[in-house]
Design a protein around this ligand. Structure first.
Ligand code: NCD
Length: 311
């Protein structure tokens, strides 16, 4: 088996064979899911806890579905961070989870690094389901699977990631995965929403959509993450849409067969126009959700096998 980690905390640091293994296994789960069958023996007798300190629709439900399809006992814990002290709560929670003999722990937290901290304190294999502005590894894997299935490869493709890159853990994980697998990644957005370290991440930076989208194979739109903005970094949603919102006119700068992606949740009319989001020929948004279940099955399967062997 080529995946060597106990946990899945980040894409950064993974090697191409590890990513390739997860994508290949996910591919087989796409086929299984389409037959309507399950494989409940894979995680039979294992306990999966979904620990979400932040809102989620797609990610939480797809981890739940993935765990159930593989036969795990799944428990959902939603915790509010508003009234509690971060460090104390996390460590208390870790002790509780250890006492419950949890095997797989899926964590989402608004603080970057929280899943890493938990991974040091619990016996379970930990999966990062999004931490602050740091990483969202399973999202990058599902995006890569979606692209690979449609384009047949990742290597050599031009992928343009547009909008609020600064606050996006999805963008960070995608940048690491896609550059590791040989894609050419561009980020496009106003200077206030592009991280200052972008060039060090091996991406090209653009501040206007026409130039950034020219020749792109894949165009990924990101939500304006206002909840993470300390102050107004964009003048108004209307103005943002005018310059950076993905509509048919701007998409025309990309390759004629360019495909459109969005991790969800979408703000229609802000970062993406409804006509583009709902265009069945160009939009992969629904397919991304389908791939999300298969990718999470592959990750749970892989970590459960490694975990079992190490203990
Ligand atoms: C993203 C997230 O939470 O990081 N959503 C997701 O998991 N599909 C992106 C976002 O919130 O905009």
């Amino acid at each position: 088996m080529s995946y060597r980690q106990k946990h899945l905390l980040a894409i950064e640091g993974l090697h191409p064979p590890e990513i390739g293994h997860l994508l290949d296994l996910a591919e087989s789960y796409v086929l299984l899911n389409r037959t309507g069958k399950t494989q409940r023996d894979v995680l039979r007798g294992q306990t999966l806890i979904n620990l979400f300190f932040e809102d989620s629709t797609r990610t939480r439900t797809s981890f739940e579905l993935a765990g159930k399809r593989l036969g795990a006992d799944v428990i959902n814990m939603s915790v509010s961070t508003s009234s509690v002290n971060k460090g104390e709560t996390l460590l208390d929670t870790a002790a509780t989870l250890n006492a419950m003999h949890c095997d797989l722990l899926v964590v989402r937290h608004d603080q970057s690094g929280a899943p890493n901290l938990l991974a040091q304190k619990v016996d379970a294999a930990v999966i990062n389901a999004g931490d602050g502005t740091h990483e969202h590894p399973t999202q990058a894997l599902l995006d890569a699977l979606t692209i690979r299935r449609r384009k047949g490869r990742l290597e050599g493709l031009i992928v343009a990631i547009c909008g609020d890159v600064l606050h996006s853990r999805v963008a960070r994980s995608n940048i690491h995965l896609l550059t590791t697998m040989g894609s050419r990644v561009r980020v496009i957005g106003p200077p206030t929403l592009i991280p200052t370290d972008a060039p060090r991440l091996g991406v090209e930076v653009f501040h206007d959509m026409d130039a950034g989208l020219a020749g792109a194979d894949i165009v990924m739109a990101l939500r304006l993450q206002r909840e993470r903005m300390q102050r107004g970094l964009v003048p108004s949603a209307r103005e943002f849409f005018r310059f950076f919102g993905l509509d048919a006119e701007k998409l025309a700068f990309a390759k004629p067969d360019a495909l459109v992606m969005h991790p969800g949740p979408m703000n229609r009319g802000v970062e993406i126009d409804s006509a583009v989001a709902d265009d069945a020929q160009r939009s992969l948004i629904r397919e991304q959700v389908e791939m999300g279940v298969a990718v999470r099955m592959a990750v749970l399967d892989t970590l459960a096998r490694r975990h079992g062997r190490n203990d």
